[in-house]
Design a protein around this ligand. Structure first.
Ligand code: FUB
Length: 339
């Protein structure tokens, strides 16, 4: 339910039809990256504010300044806001736009990854480190070397290796890069060209660097052809996430201007991944962004929408709903507003 149709929405009805309500409603939150650390659920969202910046295709109206970690003792318990975990004023290299973050846990330390714009308007990804999953997190002085674009998501594989997935086109600036190099003249490929893929890099042992040159991930259709930039219903736009189910890697993401969360599966954390279908139908607001997390043997989709703010696209609220897999491993699609 993208922005262009919001004037027709009866928000009272919509709240009644919503399959889930906001996890917190005293602040606006978005882009929930959920993990279970030490048996408890921790959600790392963006903290949406109205920064008074007009709407544009660059997403400048997403003028976020800090992060709060939300925790839950169990999936049905109350969500707790643990206060400010990191503020842009404490990050030496960053100036503005603290967009979708994620976190990882290794050897008793917590690593919080976040994108932000430098003073010259270029996005990079930083890491901040803490002793608690709720922060506070102390940022490194410099962004991660070789990082760019937005939406970091960190996946810990069963062999103890950690991988960061990142990238987003349009406001996320991924279209300005080819082979990890920025050029102002680079643009999104034309409709018949291969779509830009998300980027993956294994993390170093100390979790502060890339252990290798970042690689572009291929997303294929069922015939084995790479998705085209014109395949707006299924090509990668932003919001990458990786999880593993029954030994398969599930790569999920937002299709941006068509407002789906969809997924592709593969046999390696580097892909290639084959497109499988939709996980979440469009929600109220332009953006859609999610994570998938196993909690006590059940699988949950953490997502956001703008129903609490009555359609204001940069004032979103995080939500959660259970997802199920069919016997063949495909995911049953979710409609967030059922009759
Ligand atoms: O929250 C700002 C941006 O909106 C995120 O980085 C994107 O994924 C989209 O949700």
């Amino acid at each position: 339910m993208p922005e262009e149709s919001i004037e027709h929405i009866d928000f009272k009805e919509l709240v009644k039809k919503s399959i889930s309500q906001p996890l917190v409603s005293h602040i606006y939150t978005a882009d929930p990256s959920a993990h279970v650390f030490n048996g408890k659920i921790y959600i790392y969202p963006s903290h949406d504010i109205d920064a008074g910046i007009p709407f544009n295709d660059n997403g400048d109206h997403f003028g976020m300044e800090d992060y709060h970690v939300i925790s839950m003792d169990s999936i049905n318990s109350e969500a707790k806001d643990n206060g400010v975990a990191l503020h842009v004023k404490d990050v030496a290299w960053a100036e503005r736009q603290m967009w979708a973050p994620d976190a990882a846990h290794k050897n008793g330390k917590y690593y919080f990854y976040f994108p932000a714009k430098r003073a010259d308007g270029i996005f990079q990804i930083g890491v901040a480190i803490g002793d608690s999953p709720t922060g506070p997190f102390i940022p490194e002085k410099e962004p991660i070397k070789g990082s760019y674009s937005i939406d970091p998501a960190v996946f810990e594989d069963e062999d103890g290796k950690y991988y960061m997935y990142f990238g987003g086109i349009w406001g996320g600036q991924l279209q300005k890069y080819r082979n990890n190099t920025y050029a102002e003249e680079n643009e999104e490929p034309t409709e018949n060209q291969v779509a830009l893929g998300p980027i993956v890099a294994m993390l170093s042992d100390d979790m502060k660097e890339f252990a290798e040159t970042p690689k572009e991930i291929k997303i294929l259709d069922k015939e084995g052809n790479e998705l085209l930039a014109g395949d707006h219903n299924c090509r990668f736009f932003e919001g990458p996430w990786l999880h593993k189910y029954n030994g398969k890697y599930y790569f999920s993401y937002s299709t941006g201007d068509t407002h789906f969360i969809c997924y592709a599966t593969g046999d390696s954390p580097y892909g290639p991944f084959t497109y499988q279908g939709i996980i979440l139908e469009p929600v109220v607001g332009w953006t859609t962004h999610h994570s998938i997390c196993e909690v006590e043997g059940k699988w949950y989709l953490f997502y956001h929408d703008s129903s609490l703010s009555e359609g204001i696209t940069h004032l979103r609220s995080i939500k959660v709903t259970e997802i199920t897999y069919k016997e063949d491993g495909t995911i049953v699609p979710v409609n967030a507003y059922q009759e």
